[in-house]
Design a protein around this ligand. Structure first.
Ligand SMILES: Cc1cc2nc3c(=O)[nH]c(=O)nc-3n(C[C@H](O)[C@H](O)[C@H](O)COP(=O)(O)O)c2cc1C
Length: 405
């Protein structure tokens, strides 16, 4: 344990192995930062990686009477932070586990804990622990759905778990302990790009949420604790997440009765809201050469068709068949369409887009690269698109992100 502020202790683990992590090898290792706040109520914030769970609990238990622990805050369920929860909670019998509502079933299942051990905290809820107050701020999808951060008001410390972290193993825990001229900016930015950037549309809401807080220290869960230049690090997240490429997109569709046409328009409107200019084109109306020229010019293309007798309706197929002979490498593409009962058309469109060698968005790759399960590609809506607006918005936002970055 190491005191980092009066009555606030780091109690984590510095892991200086080459750590296998999210399909990568962390060449500089990492750390799992856990914190103990001693007050009238004693609070543990996050734990360490599953692999070091027992070691963590034994060490913490030898330095602090775990029966005196009142709360365990779990900001994020991933086992590199919650890994010691099972062993700690079994010893800290009086402690209530505080987390978001969505996190509870995950943690119960992972650590075989009963529901009576948990209390869900709402967004912006506060909890007095004596001289100090905890405030919980939900930060969904940074980087999984159940995530939150915890703000210790009187100290101005924001416990952010993965957010603002860095993968380095350094027993000098505090950024202020680095020598003059020594910088970990490349590692900090590299971490942002790898872990947070795929979720960048959630970064702005987080930054807006913490905008009014007085933050003197960001207590991360990996790497350095940011006890200096806090605003500069927050600024790096703001600048990186706002970086916008000027891109052009085309939405091409075929519709028999108007549902896919309206779906195309709605997708276009959603894209415009993100600042992306788009042109919505009826494949039956405009000349084939003009359509193909627009496709070549675009950075991203969405192609939609309604299902008619288990196939694509209209004459879109002729255009799609030509795409494979064009050089469309690097363009982002997605398929959509309205249907009634079986909905094959959007899948047929998707097959053509794949054959054309574009970066085709699919539900599977969205889950694989971001964990988001609200994004569907191909985007298939039953009959009226107005009844599926959540799916329309999620697909448009995801497409916008992919085209831009
Ligand atoms: C002639 C005809 C055949 C259809 N065949 C299918 C079908 O095989 N599978 C399906 O899911 N929906 C089928 N539908 C339903 C349409 O796909 C559905 O009404 C869709 O919303 C139409 O979109 P649109 O207005 O963009 O053409 C069919 C509709 C018509 C009129």
């Amino acid at each position: 344990m190491r005191e980092i502020r009066d009555g606030i202790f780091w109690t984590g683990k510095v892991d200086d192995r080459k750590v296998p992590f999210h399909r990568l090898i962390l060449e500089k290792g990492t750390s799992y930062n856990s914190y103990l706040i001693k007050d009238e109520k004693n609070v543990l914030i996050d734990t360490v990686d599953f692999m070091f769970g027992k070691e963590f609990t034994d060490r913490l238990g030898s330095e602090f009477d775990l029966m005196k622990l009142d709360y365990i805050v779990i900001n994020h369920t991933e086992p590199d932070h919650s890994g010691a929860l099972g062993s700690v909670a079994r010893k800290a019998k009086n402690a209530t586990i505080l987390c978001t509502e969505i996190a509870i079933p995950e943690l119960m299942e992972m650590y075989k804990l009963g529901i009576e051990r948990f209390r869900a905290v709402k967004d912006n809820e506060t909890l007095s622990i004596g001289r100090r107050t905890l405030r919980f701020l939900h930060t969904p999808y940074l980087h999984t759905e159940e995530t939150m951060v915890t703000y210790l008001e009187e100290e101005g410390i924001l416990f952010t778990c993965d957010i603002f972290s860095t993968h380095v193993a350094d027993t000098r825990l505090l950024a202020s302990e680095l020598e003059a001229g020594e910088s970990f900016d490349p590692d900090f930015i590299g971490y942002y790009s790898l872990i947070m950037d795929p979720h960048r549309r959630y970064v702005k809401p987080l930054l807006d949420k913490i905008e009014g807080l007085e933050i003197s220290m960001i207590a991360t869960s990996h790497g350095y604790i940011l006890d200096k230049e806090v605003d500069r690090y927050i600024g790096i997240y703001r600048k990186s997440s706002e970086k916008v490429k000027d891109v052009r997109t085309v939405i091409l569709y075929n519709s028999m009765g108007g549902n896919t046409k309206r779906l195309a328009k709605l997708l276009g409107e959603e894209l415009e809201k993100t600042g992306i200019s788009t042109e919505v084109i009826d494949a039956n109306v405009r000349p084939r050469e003009e359509i193909l020229a627009k496709v070549i010019d675009a950075d991203g293309i969405l192609v939609g068709a309604s299902t008619k007798y288990a196939d694509i309706s209209g004459n879109l197929e002729g255009i799609l068949a030509e795409l494979k002979d064009m050089d469309l490498q690097g363009k982002v593409a997605g398929a959509f369409g309205s249907y009634g009962w079986s909905g094959e058309a959007a899948h047929v469109v998707q097959d053509y887009l794949k054959e054309a060698g574009m970066k085709v968005l699919t539900t599977e790759e969205a889950v694989r690269t971001t964990g988001m399960d609200d994004v569907s590609f191909p985007l298939r809506v039953r009959f009226r698109p107005e009844d599926s607006m959540d799916a329309v918005r999620a697909a448009a936002a995801y497409f916008a992100d992919k085209v831009r970055y």
